[in-house]
Design a protein around this ligand. Structure first.
Ligand code: 9WO
Length: 256
C-alpha cells in the first residue's frame, strides 16, 4: 500500500546504455516501487547530449595510454538539464560508481533511501574526464574490489537495494527481520516438503509450533553463522549494543 504523503524519491540516471535499465525496472519489487510512484527513475541517454555530427561521447586520454575517456561536455549538458529540473534541491547527491569509492553497505543504502534520491552518473570506457567528477560528484560508491565495464550494474544494484526499503514495497516486517537489519547474517530457511525423497528433514523445531523456541533457534543460527563466517559483523553488533545477555551466553557456550 502506498503511503500518499511520502515524497517520492527521484533518481536521474545519466548513461550511455539506458536500455540496460528497463528490464530490471519492469520486474518484481523494483517494479512495484516504480509503479506506485515511490521511486521515480528517469533515464538520460548520454548520446542525446553529444552535439557533434558523430555524436561523440568519448575521446583518447591526454598523456596517452589505452582506451577512451568520456567527454566532459555531454556529461555537463546532461547534468545541467537534470539540475534545471531539480532546482533548489540542495545537497542532492550526485553519485559516481567506481572501485575507488565508499563501499556500499546497508547503512549507506538506508541513508540514500531516506530521500530525496540522487543523480547517478554511470561511467564507461576507462573513465570519465576527472573535471566532471571534481565539479559535480558528491559521493563515489564502490560495490567491491573488482573492475566492471561500467557504472550501470552498480546503479541498478543501488536502485534495487533502495526500492525494497520503500514503505509498502515489501510486506512490513520482512526487511526489518532480515540480514543486516540488526547487522547479523540470516540463518537458513526451509519450505515444503518436510522430508526430501532422500530422507533429509527440516529441523524439527520449525515444525513444533512453539513460536518462542522457533525465534530462539533462528536467533542462535544467525549468531552462529555470523560468528563463523563474518566475525567482523559480530564485533560490530556487539559494539553497537545489539547483542543481548542471552546472545552472549549462547556465543560463550559455543566458544565464540
Ligand atoms: C576503474 C578502475 C580500475 C582500477 C582502479 C580504479 C578504477 N576506477 C575505475 C572506474 O571508475 N571506471 C569507470 C566506471 C569507467 C570504466 C568502467 N567503470 C567501472 C565502474 N568499472 N568498475 C566499476 C565499479 C563500480 C563500482 N563498484 C565496482 C566496480
Amino acid at each position: 500500500m502506498a503511503q500518499p504523503n511520502l515524497p517520492a524519491m527521484r533518481f536521474d540516471v545519466i548513461t550511455l546504455f539506458p536500455e540496460l535499465f528497463a528490464p530490471h525496472l519492469a520486474h518484481g519489487i523494483t517494479r512495484r516501487a516504480f509503479e506506485t510512484g515511490l521511486v521515480d527513475v528517469r533515464l538520460w541517454p548520454l548520446r542525446e547530449h553529444a552535439l557533434d555530427a558523430y555524436r561523440r561521447v568519448d575521446d583518447r586520454p591526454f598523456g596517452g595510454g589505452p582506451g577512451m575517456v568520456m567527454l566532459a561536455e555531454p556529461l555537463e549538458r546532461a547534468l545541467a538539464v537534470v539540475r534545471s529540473e531539480r532546482v533548489g534541491e540542495v545537497g542532492l547527491p550526485v553519485i559516481h560508481f567506481t572501485p575507488g569509492g565508499r563501499r556500499l553497505d546497508q547503512a549507506l543504502v538506508q541513508d540514500i533511501a531516506r530521500g530525496p534520491g540522487a543523480v547517478l552518473l554511470c561511467g564507461r570506457y576507462e573513465g570519465v574526464d576527472q573535471r566532471v567528477v571534481d565539479r559535480h560528484v558528491t559521493l563515489e560508491i564502490s560495490l567491491g574490489d573488482y573492475v566492471l565495464s561500467g557504472g550501470e550494474l552498480p546503479a541498478l544494484v543501488l536502485l534495487d537495494a533502495v526500492a525494497r526499503l520503500q514503505p509498502g514495497v515489501l510486506h512490513p516486517p520482512s526487511h526489518e527481520q532480515e540480514s543486516f537489519a540488526d547487522g547479523l547474517l540470516e540463518g537458513p530457511s526451509y519450505t515444503r516438503p518436510e522430508v526430501l525423497p532422500d530422507g533429509t528433514a527440516v529441523p524439527a523445531v520449525l515444525l513444533s509450533g512453539h513460536h518462542g523456541e522457533i525465534a530462539r533457534w533462528r536467533r542462535e543460527r544467525s549468531l552462529e553463522l555470523t560468528a563463523r563466517r563474518r566475525p567482523d559483523l559480530l564485533v560490530a553488533a556487539r559494539e553497537a549494543g545489539r547483542l543481548s545477555d542471552a546472545d552472549e551466553r549462547f556465543l560463550a557456550r559455543l566458544g565464540l
